[in-house]
Design a protein around this ligand. Structure first.
Ligand SMILES: CC(C)(COP(=O)(O)OP(=O)(O)OC[C@H]1O[C@@H](n2cnc3c(N)ncnc32)[C@H](O)[C@@H]1OP(=O)(O)O)[C@@H](O)C(=O)NCCC(=O)NCCS
Length: 411
């Protein structure tokens, strides 16, 4: 899910962005693009000498403004569709065959009366037709969302691009939501770029007196909401930098700010005080054969090899890394997430943490022995191997009765 303000089109930067979108589409990435029209609406209102009022920072869309909204949305949509239709030879769009689809995917409701003022045709997203959007994405098309939503009464409301983008990303359970902004991303008070922003810190920033750029003030609350409600990664990336979208998505460091659900504090090395909680977490999995039995004594001895995910003071996940220095390999063991907290990415977060530690310790391969979760690991880049592939020391300990599957991942 990619969201940009109307400035990207007004500045002529959409052409460069369409090259990046073309590449992503060619790679098979399913794309939804939401655009805004604030700047175009302002220009049209100015042309018509019409002044609109604002309440709590939100424009009151009266009948004249709604006309401008429709005009602006139509014009920007046409510009975007034209750029995405380019296919000139000797250009980054050569042979591109992008189909663009838009429709009534966004249902809106009026914002109503704010602080004593009727906001008229200013609306907010009420629901998103995720199934319809998915069906359109299945045809290979890019879905284009304008800042307009329709109501069951047949009316039309002006909604913000950030509202549309966040709600659509949540409804689609998008892997990523990227906001293209005026700054490099979220900046600290000294103007430095914050590369990783846990949700809790983002909330603190918005509550604080620290001055934040206009785009960040508009988009960050929606970025945080999307992240809290299950969108894997939310990014704020510069709209002025060529290739920023690709660099953010495909380089480890990225070039903007990535909003993450959990502060890194929540994912940490275990201490002796965690032994009881880890034992309680893994006991049922030991009982059903998913994990090898470990007694309290062994766990106390090995606890510094463990990482844990802590949520509101509760240990909800753990994993351990055992080094095999001679083979420059590491064993990932005892990966477990409490059943009430599964499917929320904690397992993947723990794996990422283990991989980072293994790399930092000079390991080039990670392996795991598992009876029940082989497919989970395969989906995370592991592939099956044989007992002979294990480091010699581990081979000697292989339990032929348990017959665990052996999986390796290159780091
Ligand atoms: C494997 C495990 C750690 C995953 O934890 P998690 O926090 O739920 O993982 P994530 O949220 O990152 O991933 C969830 C995805 O993996 C899938 N998944 C979970 N367990 C799976 C399994 N055993 N096989 C295949 N896929 C699995 C989920 O269906 C979900 O897929 P979807 O979101 O695409 O629908 C957790 O299921 C667990 O504790 N299992 C029991 C212990 C175990 O077998 N550990 C491995 C041996 S070391």
């Amino acid at each position: 899910m990619i969201a940009c303000g109307g400035e990207v089109v007004a500045d002529g930067r959409f052409v460069a962005l369409s090259h990046d979108l073309n590449l992503l589409a060619a790679l098979g990435v399913r794309i939804v693009l939401a655009f805004g029209t604030r700047i175009q609406i302002d220009a049209l209102l100015k042309e018509r000498n019409h002044r609109t009022h604002y309440r709590m920072g939100v424009r009151v869309t009266d009948a004249v403004a709604l006309k401008c909204v429709k005009e602006a949305a139509g014009a920007v949509r046409a510009e975007i569709e034209a750029s995405l239709s380019t296919g000139l030879p000797n250009s980054p769009m050569a042979g591109a065959d992008i189909r663009v689809a838009s429709g009534n995917f966004v249902t809106a409701k009026p914002l109503g009366v704010l602080d004593g003022v009727d906001m008229l045709y200013t609306g907010e997203v009420r629901s998103i037709d995720a199934a319809g959007m998915r069906a359109t994405l299945d045809t290979g098309a890019i879905v284009l969302l304008s800042p307009l939503g329709y109501s069951p009464t047949g009316e039309m409301f002006n909604v913000t691009v950030e509202n549309v983008a966040a709600r659509a990303a949540i409804a689609l359970r998008a892997d990523k939501l990227v906001f293209l902004v005026d700054t490099m991303g979220v900046e600290d008070p000294n103007g430095g770029l914050i590369r990783e922003l846990p949700v809790a810190e983002g909330e603190r920033l918005l509550r604080s007196d620290v001055e934040v750029a206009e785009d960040v003030r508009l988009f960050l609350p929606h970025a945080l909401e999307a992240c809290r409600r299950g969108v894997g990664r939310v990014h704020l990336v510069s709209r002025h930098m060529d290739g920023a979208l690709l660099l953010e998505l495909f380089t480890r460091e990225g070039v903007g700010t990535m909003v993450t659900r959990h502060s890194l504090d929540h994912l940490r090395s275990a201490t002796i005080h965690d032994v009881g909680a880890v034992l309680a977490l893994i006991a049922p999995l030991e009982a059903d054969g998913s994990l090898v039995k470990r007694g309290r004594e062994l766990l106390e001895m090995e606890i510094e090899r463990f990482f844990v995910v802590e949520r509101d003071g509760l240990i909800v996940g753990c994993a351990a890394l055992y080094p095999y220095p001679q083979a420059r390999a590491g064993e990932l063991a005892c990966l477990a997430v409490h059943p009430d907290y599964r499917d929320a990415g904690y397992g993947a977060n723990l794996l990422e943490m283990i991989e980072a530690r293994a790399r930092a310790d000079g390991m080039t391969r990670l392996f795991v022995l598992t009876t029940r979760a082989a497919h989970w690991f395969i989906e995370h880049g592991f592939s099956e191997a044989g007992v002979d592939d294990l480091p010699a020391a581990k081979q000697a300990m292989y339990n032929w009765q348990r017959r665990s599957k052996i999986l390796f991942k290159r780091l």
